[in-house]
Write a protein that binds this ligand. Structure first.
Ligand code: NAD
Length: 260
């Protein structure tokens, strides 16, 4: 179905982004990876994708706080693969702190990576999608794009902003063959939430697994983590013809978190 299409996935050197890149590669997409990390490990991930799925994979290390580097990332994707069909805005970071102690530089970084970077990638990628008359923009927001939690001022603000951006882009592209949607995961076991699990375990004086269970029990009624594979399958669905009329949505995949 997606054979030969090109997907740019930001923040795809680990976690959810890498999982979505793998899922799309499994459908025959060429993949442009992006993210931080050890160059040798990233090269291993890139070449593994090519070998496992028989697709072409590239990597660009753009820092998502830097508009000039984001422009270069999009440009390189189009030069390498002839365009961008699927854009997954996934790069994200977290910092938790009460607002009066929240370091202003952490606020600026989180807004830059979790929100502004998606404006820049979309801004640069849309002309290529319009040219081909087909495109999929998938923004990895969060349950925190729909509801708030204490101590996450920057993250919640950025993710609510990302849901808003998703809707504006949907309206501006409606009827053009391009769709714009946000995926809103609940707790998913990745490096991003590990510090929160450790902090919870330490506060309760329990082991890491019990810390994770306690985090889940507080917010996620299913008491089960969302899996990276489930997020990948949802991204594939949003790229399918069945989803041609799904645009401007923010889809929770959260074990019931936002139903409460
Ligand atoms: P992760 O830490 O495994 O992945 C984050 C990715 O972003 C990594 O590839 C990292 O290299 C990249 N990144 C960070 N700073 C960057 C920068 N300046 N420039 C380029 N890349 C950068 O975490 P994850 O949980 O896989 O997070 C992926 C997305 O999913 C994030 O947007 C996060 O907010 C969202 N999310 C995660 C959860 C969860 O429970 N894990 C829940 C809801 C939403």
């Amino acid at each position: 179905m997606l054979k030969g299409k090109t997907a740019l996935v930001t923040g795809s050197t680990s976690g959810i982004g890498l999982g979505i890149a793998r899922s799309l590669a499994g459908q025959g997409c060429n993949i442009m990876l992006n993210g931080l990390g050890d160059p040798a490990k990233i090269e291993a991930v890139r070449s593994e994708l090519e070998a496992e799925f028989g697709i072409r994979a590239g990597f660009h290390g753009a820092d998502m706080t830097r508009p000039d580097e984001i422009a270069a990332l999009v440009k390189t994707s189009t030069v390498n693969f002839g365009g961008i069909d699927i854009l997954v805005n996934n790069a994200g970071v977290q910092h938790t702190s009460p607002i009066e102690a929240f370091p202003p530089e952490r606020w600026a970084t989180i807004i830059a990576i979790n929100l502004s970077s998606s404006f820049y990638t979309i801004h640069h990628a849309i002309p290529y999608m319009r040219q081909s008359g087909w495109g999929r923009i998938i923004n990895i927001a969060s349950v925190h794009g729909l509801v708030a939690s204490a101590n996450k001022a920057a993250y919640v603000s950025a993710k609510h902003g990302l849901v808003g951006l998703t809707k504006v882009v949907a309206l501006e592209t409606a009827g053009s063959g391009i769709t714009s949607n946000a995926i809103c995961p609940g707790w998913t076991r990745t490096e991003l939430i590990e510090p929160q699990i450790i902090a919870r375990a330490q506060a309760l004086g329990v082991d890491i697994e019990a810390g994770g269970r306690d985090l889940l029990a507080e917010k996620q009624p299913s008491k089960q983590f969302v899996s990276i594979e489930q997020l990948g399958q949802l991204a594939i669905f949003l790229c399918s013809p069945a989803a041609d009329q799904i645009t401007g949505t923010a889809i929770p995949i959260d074990g019931g978190w936002t139903a409460q």
